[in-house]
Design a protein. Structure first.
Length: 386
């Protein structure tokens, strides 16, 4: 287990008041900053979608400054990271820092993640800078935001489908989309924990998600969005295996892919138990040694940032949202046209990967293509300077 260095900053930095004026353009649209409420805490993940698959990033530095009194329980570090540190200033604010020397043209940026004891109630500040391949051009992303949180604190739930489109399964974090049924039925959904995995005979695979669905009608397939055990780089392809009636396992031909926010995997589920896995190199390391000491006093349970209605039907497109298209590069487009839930074989390999919708009252709705995993961008310009 690696240790995280702690630097005590004795000079209290002045806090500038962020502007409340609506932004004419979205702040950092290629950055997904989302939280997921787990049984053991809330994991926040910042995932960066490269402007193009061929983009080379050099001298990358990512900093996340948390509100004072945040109870940090772990920091997650990818194998791309060359240096990581937690800095504490005189006000008690923690700044988590990840630094990378280079991300190659054929490599996605692994996510930057951490877990806290309870949902944040005040804004954090995100800062990222990197250079182009020639080391000359400097790019900066800096904003202040209270990230949205999806409740995935339960491992089991039931769903009675009524309409087509994705619907949440209670507080499992799972979303399911099936054809509108002719005869009502109830499906049972179970997110399996790390104690249950396929056998080792399949080789060196990190099993990052296992989902059991019971009650799915014969010859019915379900498109699912399932929480990952740890964050993975956006659009990473994953292998799928299904457990058979005799408890043996077979590989599935259908693709699986990580969502743009790095928190979920999306695929077509045939029922029973399906496991998604990939190369162990994509697994983030959990770092707890060397973190600032935590107050052991129990914190009252916070109200989840997102409440799930057990009887909820799929959320329709917000009536106040107006689609817009913004060209970011030749291969990364914010596309307002909803796609089908089926995943094409080359899903995520260049092309359209992010949707952005303008809201009538100002602001933006950020989604993955297909109008899924949407969240309003409540971002203000950050306080940092280059």
């Amino acid at each position: 287990m690696r240790s995280v260095h702690i630097l005590l900053i004795l000079v209290l930095l002045m806090t500038l008041t962020p502007t409340t004026q609506a932004q004419a353009e979205p702040l950092s649209p290629q950055l997904f900053l989302r939280g997921i409420q787990l049984a053991q805490g809330v994991r926040y993940t910042a995932s960066f979608v490269k402007p193009a698959d061929t983009t080379v990033l050099r001298n990358i530095s990512v900093e996340v400054t948390l509100p004072a009194d945040t109870r940090l329980t772990e920091m997650l570090v990818s194998k791309q990271v060359d240096f990581d540190v937690v800095r504490v200033n005189a006000a008690g604010e923690l700044t988590l820092i990840w630094q990378l020397l280079r991300v190659n043209s054929d490599t996605p940026v692994e996510p930057f993640a951490f877990t806290v004891k309870a949902p944040l109630t005040a804004d954090l500040e995100f800062f990222m800078k990197w250079q182009s391949e020639d080391g000359q051009t400097l790019f900066i992303e800096n904003f202040i935001e209270l990230p949205p949180v999806i409740n995935a604190s339960q491992s089991e739930g039931q769903l009675s489908p009524t309409l087509e489109g994705f619907a949440p399964v209670l507080r499992t974090g799972v979303q399911v989309s099936v054809p509108a049924p002719e005869v009502p039925y109830i499906m049972n959904v179970h997110v399996l924990d790390t104690n249950f995995n396929p056998p080792a005979e399949f080789g060196n695979i990190w099993w990052c998600s296992l989902l059991e669905i019971l009650g799915l009608p014969e010859n019915t397939l379900a498109d699912v969005i399932v929480p990952l055990r740890r964050p993975v780089a956006p659009f990473t392809p994953l292998q799928l295996f299904q457990q058979q009636a005799d408890e043996s396992w077979v590989a599935l031909d259908t693709p699986a892919v990580v969502t743009a926010d790095g928190q979920f995997v999306m695929y077509t589920h045939p029922g029973g138990i399906v496991a998604a896995g990939g190369d162990p190199s994509i697994q983030l390391e959990v770092v707890t040694d060397g973190l600032p000491p935590q107050d052991d006093t129990e914190t009252p349970e916070a109200t989840p940032a997102v409440e799930d209605d057990p009887d909820a039907t799929p959320t329709p497109e917000p009536p106040t949202a107006t689609a817009t298209t913004i060209q970011l590069s030749e291969t990364a487009v914010l596309d307002p046209t909803p796609q089908t839930a089926q995943l094409p074989p080359v899903f995520g390999a260049g092309g359209i990967r992010i949707e952005l919708f303008t809201l009538a009252e100002g602001g933006f709705l950020q989604c993955q293509v297909g109008h899924i995993n949407c969240a309003a961008l409540q971002r203000q310009v950050g306080n940092r300077v280059p």
